[in-house]
Design a protein around this ligand. Structure first.
Ligand SMILES: Nc1ncnc2c1ncn2[C@@H]1O[C@H](COP(=O)(O)OP(=O)(O)OP(=O)(O)O)[C@@H](O)[C@H]1O
Ligand SMILES: [Mg+2]
Length: 219
């Protein structure tokens, strides 16, 4: 792969699944043979803690780097990392006003917005969409995409997913269902791929997410 790709997980609402998706995507790309770094931009340091709680016999699949400050400061800190990896997955804080989120939007090739199918998440997604479209005026290469997360088979979820199709940003050809495997993998410091066959459905979802991301920004 030629240049290192930067993928940021952003959302306006807390708890939409940024850290969960960042960790699973990092692990899924590593499983495909890509070299991956997981960048933690969130002062809560959830992604770092997740990876650090991996058991010694099964270290987390991606190197973790903490990033802070301006886009220039992050770009500088990433310089030695870029030489070593194909992808940097950036886990952002739960606010689009946070300076780290703005820095990520200055640097990333693709911004993925996890959206839980609820009316409040939907409204919050309008704000992010505006922000990404606005940044794109300055950086036309910036891509953005929505990712349904915690999807349940309910009429409400179906309605929300229908409405997502009307957004200007594309909806990724992937979705993560509401599954205990995603939370369990955090407790065990692994991804769903570290949980064995009991997590097969979640593994399939992450594999599909990896394919959708590669289709959008892979070589
Ligand atoms: N697909 C899913 N199925 C089940 N639980 C999920 C799923 N996605 C996320 N969760 C759970 O939802 C909670 C919030 O997820 P996560 O921490 O990834 O969100 P976040 O957007 O990073 O939150 P914050 O804004 O606080 O950083 C966690 O307890 C996580 O285990
Ligand atoms: Mg988080």
């Amino acid at each position: 792969m030629s240049a290192t790709r930067l993928i940021a997980l952003i959302s306006q609402k807390g708890g939409s699944g940024k850290t969960t998706v960042a960790v699973q995507l990092a692990a899924g790309l590593a499983l495909e043979g890509y070299r991956v770094a997981l960048a933690d931009l969130d002062p809560q340091e959830s992604a770092s803690r997740w990876a650090e709680s991996a058991p010694p016999e099964a270290p987390f699949a991606a190197e973790v780097v903490r990033l802070e400050g301006s886009a220039a400061a992050m770009a500088k800190a990433l310089r030695p990392v870029r030489n070593k990896v194909d992808f940097v997955i950036m886990d952002c804080p739960p606010s689009i006003e946070h300076p780290h989120t703005m820095s990520a939007l200055e640097l990333c090739d693709l911004a993925i917005v996890p959206v839980v199918p609820s009316p409040t998440d939907l409204w919050a997604t309008r704000g992010i969409e505006r922000l990404i479209l606005d940044r794109r005026q300055h950086r036309p290469a910036l891509r953005g995409a929505l990712l349904p997360n915690r999807v349940m088979r309910t009429a409400l979820a179906g309605d929300v997913l229908d409405v997502l199709q009307d957004f200007s940003l594309p909806v990724l050809d992937a979705a993560l269902a509401q599954r205990s495997a995603y939370a369990s993998s955090a407790v065990r410091g692994t991804s769903v791929f570290g949980l064995g066959r009991s997590a097969a459905a979640a593994q399939d979802e992450v594999t599909r997410l990896v394919a959708a991301v590669l289709e959008l920004i892979g070589d």
